[in-house]
Write a protein that binds this ligand. Structure first.
Ligand code: SF4
Length: 364
């Protein structure tokens, strides 16, 4: 039974140039959307005690805290339940209310501390807004704060990136998520390539930046516990670890994905369709045993802890070392043995897409 819940909040005041997430500038629909969410939750949530609850978006910080409180109150939360909300730095007004509403972890969409870059990629905030948001969050009582950074941004070089990382240290936060810029087809830049800035770092430069992030953060007390995520000890995102542990979770809201009883599903519909009937848009995919095994490997290798051989044996009756001996040999310089099983080393992380694709296709 799922012990985690993801809730998608599909509203943004404007669209960032690189963004392909599902979000709409229809803030007048926030209240009706919240009503629809409450109906979906009432109909589908079975009352399990939750380890984690996550509000992602979009911009969840656009939802008034009274509404968030009402949504949170629908769930049975364990005492130490991790309740995360993604916050845009320009929405840091009622953080005390958010904290009293039951949110205990913030994930701040910072992306960079370089004001020119922030403007160029269409962010509404500047570096001072990020610094202010972190300060207000701490004043409000938050002790678990994460920041998102993007690398490979237009005109970004290693020096600018180092400055971003230095700012993270100065802010004394607990968690950093880093993403390499990808121009997705359904982003503004993807649809309008003529507006694409010229000076976007290429793949090699992005790889150099990733290595810089890795060494800088690991030198300064963070552990890369997942390919894109770094945390101080004890501040790993429990919600995201559940995904990478191939755990089940509920997904509520427009375009939210969930995983229950071996079925992956998503709410595939427009905002208006969801508001009119939040219960009738689920698209489901029943995973075959082979697909479940591949997900276990694919997700497991994203974690620093890697995959567990005994768990794979127990769950799938597969001898991992025998079944994948050729691939383990092929990538022996990129995969390391752990007490439990196997993990990617840093060189392996840099080509993880290639290695993981082999694990998936190598067993056809
Ligand atoms: S990046 Fe975040 S804030 Fe910007 S449009 Fe996408 S979801 Fe909204």
């Amino acid at each position: 039974m799922p012990k985690s819940v993801y809730i998608h909040i599909p509203f943004c005041k404007s669209k960032c140039a690189y963004c392909s997430f599902v979000s709409f500038n229809k803030l007048e629909l926030i209240e009706s959307y919240a009503d629809a969410l409450l109906s979906e939750i009432s109909a589908k949530y079975q009352g399990e005690a939750l380890n984690t609850l996550y509000f992602g978006g979009g911009t969840p910080s656009l939802i008034p805290s009274a509404i968030l409180k009402k949504i949170i109150s629908r769930f049975n939360l364990l005492d130490n339940c991790e309740v995360t909300l993604e916050l845009n730095p320009d929405d840091a007004e009622d953080l005390k209310d958010l904290y009293s509403a039951g949110i205990n972890r913030l994930s701040i969409g910072s992306q960079s501390f370089d004001d020119k870059i922030l403007k160029q990629i269409g962010r509404r905030h500047n570096s001072q807004d990020i610094i202010r948001a972190v300060k207000l969050a701490k004043d409000a009582g938050f002790k678990n704060i994460s920041i998102d950074l993007i690398y490979g941004l237009p005109n970004q070089d290693i020096k600018i990136l180092r400055n971003d990382l230095q700012k993270v240290l100065e802010l004394d936060i607990q968690h950093v998520s880093t993403y390499g810029l990808k121009i997705e087809e359904d982003s503004f830049w993807g649809r309008n390539p003529k507006y694409l800035p010229k000076n976007i770092p290429d793949n090699d430069a992005q790889a150099d930046m990733y290595e810089e992030i890795n060494s800088f953060l690991e030198r300064n007390g963070f552990l890369r516990y997942e390919i894109s995520n770094f945390a101080k000890s004890g501040f790993e995102s429990r919600h995201n670890l559940n995904y990478w542990d191939n755990g089940e979770y509920y997904g509520f809201g427009v375009s939210a994905h969930g995983y229950e009883k071996g079925i992956r599903y998503s709410n595939f519909c427009t905002l208006e369709e969801y508001i009119n009937n939040p219960l009738s848009h689920r698209e489901e995919h029943v995973l075959s045993p082979q697909e479940r095994l591949e997900e276990e490997i694919f997700l497991g290798f994203r974690k620093r802890a890697g995959i567990s051989v005994s768990r794979i044996k127990e769950r799938f009756s597969v001898d991992f070392e025998q079944e994948y001996a050729d691939i383990l040999e092929k990538y022996k310089d990129f995969i390391e043995k752990t007490p439990e099983g196997y993990t990617l080393n840093l060189k392996g992380v840099l080509i993880s897409n290639i290695i993981l694709a082999d694990f998936i296709s190598g067993n056809d």
